[in-house]
Design a protein around this ligand. Structure first.
Ligand code: 5GP
Length: 188
């Protein structure tokens, strides 16, 4: 697969602050585009269909799998999440660098399909801090928080498989680092 743009996998545990960093990245690099995933999980307050996610039924998600519509997909904490293939390839072909904000199982699939992609893992300063951030966000029940922390423990063990690990101590600083990594990769 030869594209004009660069494919970037951006991964990190739930609550680590990926979204906050992302809000800094997009306005500061006009050549970046964020892929909008499909999910079966319910929208959180303030989330808009087609902006944060395409919110679909489990039946529609299965249809999309059968249609071969996904570049990758995975189950996470009881929900299904997948990257629609067509818009990603279109944006790459148009010359944009495309970010996939996905979890570790999806990262492994993309790495297999597109070994040249740039992969970045956003890590918390500590596990305790991750737990505190997830609680502070207040979007999940205690049960869901516990489930997400259990997944996070596993995901943190995969960070060595990424090209770069960026610690999200301060979102602004972490965003600067991610932008430098992308710029350096473009100049290679
Ligand atoms: P959340 O429910 O907090 O929005 O997302 C849960 C996890 O699913 C996060 O780690 C997020 O990065 C990941 N995720 C979001 N979209 C996708 C996707 O299309 N594919 C995969 N594999 N993971 C995704």
């Amino acid at each position: 697969m030869k594209n004009k743009g660069m494919l970037i996998v951006y991964t990190g545990c739930s609550g680590v602050g990926k979204g906050t960093i992302m809000k800094e990245l997009l306005p500061r690099n006009p050549n970046l585009r964020l892929s909008v995933s499909a999910t079966t999980r319910a929208p959180r307050a303030g989330e808009v269909d087609g902006r944060e996610y395409y919110f679909v039924t489990p039946e529609r998600f299965d249809e999309m799998i059968a249609e071969g519509a996904f570049l990758e997909y995975a189950k996470y904490a009881g929900g299904s999440y997948g990257t629609p293939k067509e818009p990603v390839f279109r944006m790459l072909d148009e010359g944009y660098d495309v970010i996939l904000e996905i979890e570790v199982k999806g990262f492994l699939q993309v790495k297999q399909a597109c070994p040249d992609c740039l992969t970045i893992f956003i890590a918390p300063p500590s596990f305790e801090e991750l737990e505190a951030r997830l609680r502070k966000r207040g979007t999940e029940t205690e049960e869901k928080i516990a489930e997400r922390l259990k997944i996070a423990e596993k995901e943190l063990k995969s960070q060595d498989q990424f090209d770069h690990v960026v610690v999200n101590d301060i979102a602004q600083r972490a965003a600067d680092e991610v932008l430098s990594i992308i710029a350096a990769e473009k100049n290679k």
